[in-house]
Structures are given as structure tokens and as C-alpha cells.
Design a protein around this ligand. Structure first.
Ligand code: SF4
Ligand code: ZN
Length: 315
């Protein structure tokens, strides 16, 4: 029988629940949770993600990333007397979002975080099921991402939040950095990061990403150990081919060369300031003529998509 792996934390002899990919460190339940919490607190401090006087809205989907984000943010916000609310955007995906919504509701209740729900149908006029049934439409995930960001920004602002926290983890960060480089979109990259998305418009709610330094598999384990009740189901419309390909490539590379994702994250961090300076003046946010939300063109992407969908027949 193989010898049991023990926690490498000094003075701890409990069985390990996790061995870090790079660095050979094994941790028991208590020290693993502590390690995640400490790294998130460090990211928050390093990038000034929480400041006195803030009012935070967390985007919660009911998945592992966003629910763990809530568990990690709540004590940090409490210690600074910062109000925290959660916003769930219900896309209207039968059999998928319902279970996740329940998980979000239960975790919000346990943590004492008020939950506000907005739906695609009410805000954008179409549920994702209806969008998926349209003839000649583009990729489902494109509509979904645009409408979700549009609804979240407006809801957060209307609810009085000055920052919107999302559960993007290290894997998401590494994928997005690579995708933007591969698509030759450095200006988008310049707006990215743990406190990215800053635009000079008071209608734009600043995004913060406290989990940016935590690998996806650690967020997943955190969710399991915290008994968040997460269901690991997949959306029936999933399949953004490009991101999926980049994800597989990064996972394989990480397996062979541990530390790859963290390396991309750290490299990005060291050039982020330069990118931000280089592209700072290019983006002058305007207001969408239809909905009044910040937009880089006359009509924002969400309103453009709404118009497009109105003109498409059900297939
Ligand atoms: Fe939306 Fe695509 Fe995610 Fe499904 S997989 S919830 S369609 S972004
Ligand atoms: Zn608009």
C-alpha cells in the first residue's frame, strides 16, 4: 500500500487533500483552504480591489467560481465594513440555470448576502433558449456573454455598487491573455486584469477579479471542501471552439510544464502597465443611442444584437 501523503505545512501531520502542481507542496483541508484565502486576500491588497467606502456587487452564476468568490469575499468585505450583494443573471436555459440558481440562493442565504436576480428575457427581450432557436444566428456564447455583461453593468449600477466582482480564475486569465494575443487584439488586453475594464465613464462599473491568481482546479476543490453544493453540469449551448482549444492547449502544456499558467499571468502582470499606457487614449467610451450604456460605437453590442435577433425567424 502506498504511504499516505501528509500536509507539508510546518508542524501539521494531517492527511493531504491536495498536492500543488508546481512546488511539490501537499496540504491538508485546513491549510489548503487557508492557502486559497490568503492568496485571494493578497490579490485584493496588492491591486487595491477593495477600498473603504466601496459597495460591491458580485456576479454569481451558481457555479464553483462565483460561489467560491462569494465565500472568499464576504469576510474580506465584512472586515472593511463594505456592503456586498450578489447579482444572478438568469439566461433562460432550461434544465441548466435552474439548479445553479438554487445553489446561488442557498449559499447567499448561508452567507447573509442579498441576492438580486435579473433575466435575459426581461432585460434583453429574449431568453437563451429563444436565441438558440433562431435561424441564422451567430454562436450562442457570443450573445450570452454580451447580454450578461450588459445586464450586470446596469444592474450593479442601479443597485448602487461601484465595483463588480467576478469569479474569473487563473485559467480564465491565461486563456484570455493568449486569445487576445492570438487574435492580435492588444487594446482589449490593455483593459484586462484583476482590476481591469476601467473606462472613463461613470456609468461603467469597474470590474474586479479577486480569484485571478487561483488555478481552476484549486477553485473547484475549494468549492467541494466548503460544501457549496455545486453541480458540475455543462450548458447545452457550450462550445466556444476557440476558447475550448486554448483551454485544452494550456491544460496539456501545464501538465508537461507545471507553472505555465502562472507564468502567463505573471508575464501579463509585468507588461500590463505598459499596455495600459499605450492604449489609454484610444478608448473614449461613448453612450449607446438606444440604451444609454457605455459603448465604443453609436449603438452598443447588446442593442445591435437585440436588433439582429428581432429580425431573425425561429428556425
Ligand atoms: Fe452562455 Fe455559452 Fe456559458 Fe452557455 S456556455 S452559459 S451559452 S456563455
Ligand atoms: Zn445599447
Amino acid at each position: 500500500m502506498a504511504a499516505e501523503i501528509l500536509c507539508s505545512f510546518k508542524g501539521c501531520a494531517r492527511p493531504a487533500v491536495y498536492t500543488q502542481h508546481c512546488g511539490d507542496r501537499s496540504l491538508c483541508r485546513k491549510h489548503f483552504l487557508q492557502s486559497v484565502e490568503r492568496r485571494v486576500a493578497r490579490t485584493v491588497r496588492r491591486f487595491g480591489l477593495l477600498e473603504k467606502g466601496d459597495s460591491i456587487a458580485a456576479a454569481v452564476s451558481g457555479g464553483k467560481d462565483s460561489v467560491s468568490l462569494l465565500h472568499l469575499l464576504k469576510p474580506l468585505c465584512d472586515s472593511m465594513r463594505i456592503p456586498l450583494i450578489a447579482i444572478l443573471v438568469d439566461e433562460g436555459i432550461t434544465g441548466y440555470r435552474d439548479g445553479a440558481r438554487k445553489v446561488a440562493e442557498e449559499n447567499c442565504k448561508t452567507l447573509g448576502v442579498p441576492l438580486h436576480v435579473r433575466s435575459f428575457k426581461e432585460e434583453a427581450g429574449f431568453s437563451m433558449d429563444e436565441i438558440a432557436g433562431k435561424k441564422g444566428r451567430g454562436k450562442a456564447c457570443s450573445y450570452c456573454g454580451v447580454f450578461r455583461r450588459w445586464i450586470l453593468n446596469r444592474a450593479a449600477r442601479e443597485l448602487g455598487a461601484n465595483k463588480l466582482a467576478t469569479g474569473h480564475n487563473l485559467d480564465d486569465l491565461a486563456q484570455t491573455v493568449l486569445m487576445n494575443i492570438m487574435r492580435n487584439e492588444p487594446s482589449r488586453l490593455a483593459r484586462f486584469g484583476p482590476n481591469g475594464g476601467v473606462a472613463e465613464d461613470e456609468r461603467f462599473v469597474r470590474r474586479i477579479k479577486p480569484l485571478n491568481g487561483i488555478p481552476e482546479r484549486e477553485v473547484a476543490l475549494y468549492a467541494v471542501l466548503m460544501e457549496e453544493g455545486i453541480e458540475f453540469g455543462e450548458c447545452p449551448y457550450a462550445g466556444e471552439a476557440f476558447r475550448g482549444g486554448v483551454r485544452d492547449f494550456l491544460n496539456e502544456t501545464e501538465e508537461e510544464y507545471p507553472g505555465t499558467k502562472a507564468g502567463i499571468g505573471n508575464s501579463f502582470e509585468s507588461i500590463r502597465g505598459l499596455l495600459a499606457d499605450a492604449f489609454a487614449k484610444v478608448e473614449k467610451p461613448r453612450r449607446c443611442k438606444e440604451c444609454g450604456e457605455p459603448s465604443s460605437s453609436e449603438i452598443c453590442k447588446a442593442c445591435g444584437m437585440r436588433r439582429e435577433l428581432e429580425g431573425l425567424e425561429v428556425g
